[in-house]
Ligand binder design. Structure first.
Ligand code: FES
Ligand code: FES
Length: 158
């Protein structure tokens, strides 16, 4: 077992879990944050994407000890986070949410991008989302949503 201290969505977490537990399971099973989804479980689909210390990561590949002292953000933070909530609104307006299974992971990858690069090029958006698979949308509405959210956030900042 390992005693962990880290933050999730700005809240301090102290929890003791098995060493082999994945961040994905800590979030879903221990903290009841079920917005983060499990698809492949092997780092290939992006459904489990969260932000750890500012970078988008696959939470199915992060073991408990790697969480020690980290700052984790999940899709549940969208009520408090302007970039995430703007992205969600753009996804909904642009038909970028169909079955919705990929959406939390897409939002987190897009948030990590816009937090570091508020005015990304098309290529930069495609690169940021290339680890997130979507079976429904053909990606175009998702990419356009990220562009629109970036524009709106840019205007709001002026
Ligand atoms: S569930 Fe983690 S990448 Fe697919
Ligand atoms: S909306 Fe269904 S997988 Fe993306």
């Amino acid at each position: 077992m390992i005693a962990l201290k880290f933050t999730v969505n700005q809240q301090d977490i102290e929890i003791t879990v098995p060493d082999s537990m994945r961040l994905l399971d800590i979030l879903r099973e221990e903290l009841n944050l079920t917005g983060t989804k499990e698809g492949c479980g092997i780092g290939e689909c992006g459904a489990c994407t969260v932000i750890m210390d500012g970078a988008a990561v696959n939470s199915c590949l992060i073991l408990a000890e790697q969480c020690q002292g980290s700052r984790v953000e999940t899709v549940e933070n969208l009520e408090k986070d302007k970039i995430l909530s703007q992205l969600q609104e753009a996804f909904l307006e642009n038909g970028a949410v169909q079955c919705g299974f990929c959406t939390p992971g897409m939002l987190m990858s897009a948030k990590a991008l816009l937090a570091q690069n508020p005015h990304p090029s098309l290529e930069e958006i495609k690169t940021a989302l290339e680890g997130n698979l979507c079976r429904c949308t053909g990606y175009v509405p998702i990419i356009e949503s990220v562009q629109k959210a970036a524009e709106k956030l840019g205007k709001d900042a002026k």
